[in-house]
Design a protein around this ligand. Structure first.
Ligand SMILES: Nc1ncnc2c1ncn2[C@@H]1O[C@H](COP(=O)(O)OP(=O)(O)O)[C@@H](O)[C@H]1O
Ligand SMILES: [Mg+2]
Length: 332
C-alpha cells in the first residue's frame, strides 16, 4: 500500500486480478483479494467458555531479570534483555506481549519456560513456585506449560514423519502405548483441523501453515494449561495467519487454555488477547486492554502503534512523527 502504484494478486500460480493500488485496496473484485484484505482486520475476541476464566491466576512473574554475557558482582547479567518484568496471566485468558525486534520478547518467553533461566525474580505457576531452570522443574510442571516458536521449520525434526513428532510427548508425558498413541495422533490432527492422512508426511512436505498446526498439535499433546506462542504467525501470510488465530481461539473455548501471545504485529495481538503488555528495551512500558489500543497512555506505545503500516496508501504521508518522541525512542 505504501510503495506500489499497481498491485498484482497471485494465487496458485495464477494472476487473479490486477489494478491500481487504490482500486485493489478499495474496490477489489476477486473474492480472494477481498479475503486477503479482510484478514488484515482483527476480529474481536468472543466471550469466555470457562466460567472460571479470569478469576484465577495461572501464572505470575515478579521482577524477573535475565540476560546474556558475564555475570556482574551482584549476580545480574552484563547485558539485560529482560529487566525487572512482572506480569500475570489469568486462567482461560490471554496476555499479549508486543514490542519491536530486540526488546526482549523471546528472552522473556524462554525465561518463563525455564529454557533460559532468570538471573533474578520469582515465577509462580498454578499456585506453586517454579524453579528458574526447566531441568529442575517437575515433569508435570514442564507438561503444563508449552512453548511454540516462530520457525516451525527448525522446531520440527525433518527426519521424522508427523505422527512420530506428535507421538513423542504422548510417550514422554503420558506414557501411552503404541496403539493409544496412534489413536491420539488422529484426535490431535482433528483438533488442529489437519487431514489425518498428513500423519505419514515429513515436515518438508507440508506448507508453512500446516507445519505451524503440527507444531501446535505437538504442544497440545502434552495437555498444557498455558501455551507460550512466540511469533507463531510471523512467517505466514495474512489469510493463513488469521486462520491459525481463529483455530487458537476455538481451541481455547474447547479446552480452557491460556496463551501468552508474543508478536511484533499489533493486529494479531489485538485479535486474540484480553490484555496487552508493551515492552521496550527489556522493560514493561505499560499494560493495556485491546479497546485502549486507539489511545495508549505511554508515549512509547503511541509511537509503536502509530508505526503499524496501514492498508492505506496515504498512511505514510499522514504519519505525524513527534521529533522529540522519535529521538527519545530512537530506532522505532
Ligand atoms: N543468545 C544470545 N546472546 C547474547 N545476546 C542475545 C542472545 N539472544 C538475544 N540476545 C539479545 O537480547 C536482546 C533481546 O533479544 P530477544 O529476546 O530475542 O528480543 P525479541 O524477541 O523481542 O526480538 C537483544 O538485544 C538481543 O540481541
Ligand atoms: Mg523474538
Amino acid at each position: 500500500a505504501q510503495i506500489a502504484d499497481r498491485i498484482v494478486v497471485l494465487k496458485g500460480g495464477e494472476v487473479q486480478e490486477t489494478g491500481t493500488t487504490a482500486a485493489i485496496l478499495s474496490a477489489a473484485r476477486h473474492p480472494y483479494t477481498r479475503e486477503l484484505l479482510a484478514a488484515f482486520e482483527p476480529k474481536p475476541r468472543q466471550g469466555q467458555a470457562d466460567a472460571d476464566a479470569g478469576t484465577k491466576q495461572l501464572l505470575r512473574i515478579n521482577d524477573v531479570t535475565a540476560g546474556y554475557g558475564a555475570m556482574r558482582a551482584d549476580g545480574l547479567p552484563l547485558i539485560r534483555a529482560v529487566d525487572s518484568v512482572s506480569l500475570v496471566v489469568e486462567k482461560g485468558r490471554n496476555l499479549g506481549v508486543i514490542g519491536e525486534s530486540g526488546c526482549g520478547k523471546s528472552t522473556l518467553a524462554r525465561v518463563i519456560a525455564g529454557i533460559h533461566p532468570a538471573a533474578a525474580g520469582d515465577i509462580v505457576f498454578d499456585g506453586k513456585d517454579l524453579q528458574r531452570a526447566a531441568r529442575k522443574r517437575s515433569q508435570d510442571q514442564l507438561r503444563e506449560m508449552q512453548i511454540v516458536f516462530q520457525y516451525a521449520d527448525t522446531a520440527l525434526n525433518p527426519a521424522k514423519p508427523v505422527e512420530d513428532i506428535i507421538a513423542r510427548p504422548l510417550a514422554f508425558y503420558h506414557r501411552l502405548d503404541r496403539q493409544a498413541r496412534s489413536k491420539r495422533v488422529d484426535e490431535l490432527l482433528d483438533m488442529v483441523r489437519l487431514p489425518r492422512a498428513l500423519r505419514y508426511r515429513h515436515p518438508s512436505e507440508l506448507s508453512g501453515g500446516q507445519k505451524q498446526r503440527v507444531n501446535f498439535a505437538r504442544a497440545l499433546a502434552a495437555d498444557p494449561k498455558l501455551i507460550i506462542c512466540d511469533e507463531i504467525t510471523s512467517a505466514l501470510d495474512t489469510v493463513v495467519a488469521s486462520a491459525v488465530i481463529e483455530l487458537l481461539k476455538e481451541l481455547q473455548r474447547e479446552l480452557g487454555l491460556s496463551y501468552i501471545f508474543i508478536s511484533h504485529d499489533l493486529s494479531v495481538v489485538e485479535a486474540i488477547c484480553d490484555e496487552i503488555m508493551v515492552m521496550y528495551n527489556g522493560q514493561r512500558v505499560e499494560q493495556i486492554t485491546p479497546d485502549k489500543v486507539k489511545a495508549p497512555a505511554h508515549p512509547y506505545s503511541k509511537l509503536l502503534f502509530s508505526s503499524v503500516p496501514k492498508l492505506d496508501p496515504t498512511w505514510l504521508d499522514g504519519l505525524v512523527r513527534d521529533p522529540e518522541l522519535v529521538s527519545q525512542y530512537g530506532h522505532c
